[in-house]
Design a protein around this ligand. Structure first.
Ligand SMILES: Nc1nc2c(ncn2[C@@H]2O[C@H](COP(=O)(O)OP(=O)(O)O)[C@@H](O)[C@H]2O)c(=O)[nH]1
Ligand SMILES: [Mg+2]
Length: 208
């Protein structure tokens, strides 16, 4: 029997990884949302396997994942993520990079506007995953927390800034290529289940 392929769910702490995982599971009874927690500085990789779910879910912290952790610890975790992906990239059929819409402006301001030598960590992560040819979808989560006007403004800022780093982010509805320079994004709310049907459809389509 062949093993189930894995779905990667990756993003900083508090962006909604566990909430999104829960929405994808046929049964949420045993799921307490404890994946991706990293006690000490060891990256805990604990795939979720369920009957009726045709893939495993692996939840990993992003590249700059905690508000209260030291720079050193963050670097250490980042190294472990890199090693894990280098070793295991073939098991991943798809990756969801989760971003909190409320964090975008801060990140861009810190890493792009104030210091043009650095790269926003989300873009670094996306580029890293692209190198391994893991098809990815960027999920811009928590859109229920902003007005429609702000949503458009922030998403535009995100897309334009990504372009400065050679990343072509494109709305999922306009996305066509499987592998290319383009990376699709989906506006999402785990709270309101906005675009959940779309997300499930995209994941299923990439399983075949
Ligand atoms: N308003 C809102 N809150 C959300 C959304 N997704 C997650 N949250 C909340 O954000 C917090 C962190 O979510 P969680 O799934 O634990 O994030 P994780 O640390 O990435 O696993 C929780 O309080 C969630 O209820 C969303 O789409 N909208
Ligand atoms: Mg979590």
């Amino acid at each position: 029997m062949t093993e189930k392929p894995s779905l990667l769910i990756i993003g900083n702490s508090n962006v909604g990884k566990s909430s999104i995982t829960r929405l994808l599971l046929p049964s949420t009874k045993q799921f307490k949302g404890k994946t991706g927690k990293t006690p000490g500085s060891t990256l805990l990789i604990n795939p979720i396997i369920q009957k009726g779910l045709p893939y495993k879910i692996v939840d990993l912290p992003g590249f700059g994942y905690m508000r209260h952790s030291s720079r050193r610890r963050e670097e250490h975790i980042k190294k472990q993520i890199v090693i894990h992906i280098e070793k295991n990239y073939t098991q991943y059929f798809f990756g969801l990079v989760i971003i909190n819409i409320l964090r975008i402006e801060d990140e861009i301001s810190k890493y792009f506007i104030q210091n043009t030598e650095t790269i926003p960590l989300s873009f670094e992560l996306i580029k890293f995953l692209k190198e391994f040819e893991i098809p990815i979808l960027v999920i811009i989560n928590k859109i229920d927390k902003v007005s429609n006007f702000d949503k458009k403004r922030i998403v535009n800022l995100f897309v334009e800034c990504a372009r400065e780093y050679g990343l072509n982010l494109i709305h999922i509805e306009k996305f066509q290529e499987d592998y290319g320079i383009e990376v699709p994004y989906l506006e999402f709310s785990a709270l309101k289940k906005t675009n959940l049907g779309k997300l499930k459809q995209i994941i299923s389509a990439s399983l075949i």
